[in-house]
Design a binder for this molecule. Structure first.
Ligand code: ATP
Length: 197
């Protein structure tokens, strides 16, 4: 049985990645949601647990072994080096976990890894193809404010840390435009193109 093609699905905050991933799922494509898996691995992966404790102390886990998210958030708040350290501990384990997950999907034509930070981490080079979901800045801001009930400033703060839409588009094989365009026909077209690869 062949290993599936590995497709990266990315896009800036509020671009509609999760919504697009849900539609690919409806087409029968297996989806690896990096954010969810990273959060789960931070609770369950012994290499991550050990390294986080070594770096930041026992306080990052509770006595029952649960990750103390508020403590970790305090540590990385406004401390870029601490955030980089956390990422350097978590990202390699997510990569490994994804490689093993791929093996569980042998025989499928392709699978998708959804991640907001494929380009920011340089991880994009390890995929067979990349799909970027994009929408205009103001539309993304409005959607995130409605989804998260948060302030415009907090959206802008997160947005400004991400690489530009233009750079993402240039580095992608497929782009899904999610302003007022219909997204389902775009998804079906890409699905067919990938199946023909
Ligand atoms: P993040 O990186 O912040 O997790 P995301 O790229 O996964 O964001 P989604 O959560 O899929 O984005 O979409 C952001 C919000 O906008 C969601 O509430 C979603 O339902 C809504 N949304 C996405 N696309 C559309 C659309 N075409 N029309 C209306 N609402 C949309």
């Amino acid at each position: 049985m062949n290993k599936p093609l590995s497709i990266g699905l990315t896009g800036g905050i509020g671009s509609g990645k999760s919504l697009v991933a849900d539609f690919f799922k409806l087409l029968g494509v297996s989806i690896y949601t990096s954010d969810i898996e990273a959060k789960r691995l931070m609770r369950t992966n012994s290499v991550i647990c050990k390294s986080l404790i070594e770096a930041f102390g026992k306080k990052v886990y509770s006595v029952t072994g649960e990750l103390n998210r508020s403590e970790l958030a305090k540590i990385i708040f406004n401390d870029n080096d601490a955030l980089k350290k956390v990422n350097s501990i978590v990202h390699p384990q997510v990569r490994l976990h994804y490689q093993n997950w791929l093996l569980e999907h042998m025989g499928e034509p392709y699978v998708i890894q959804e991640s907001a930070i494929l380009f920011d981490t340089g991880l994009y080079t390890s995929f067979d193809k990349i799909i970027t979901v994009t929408a205009d800045k103001e539309i993304r801001i409005k959607r995130v404010i409605e989804r998260d009930s948060c302030s415009r400033d907090s959206v802008l703060e997160r947005m400004n840390k991400q690489i530009s839409e233009q750079e993402k588009i240039e580095k992608s094989d497929f782009v899904i435009y999610n302003n007022t365009e219909l997204i389902i026909p775009q998804i079906i077209k890409i699905h067919k193109q990938i199946l023909e690869l």
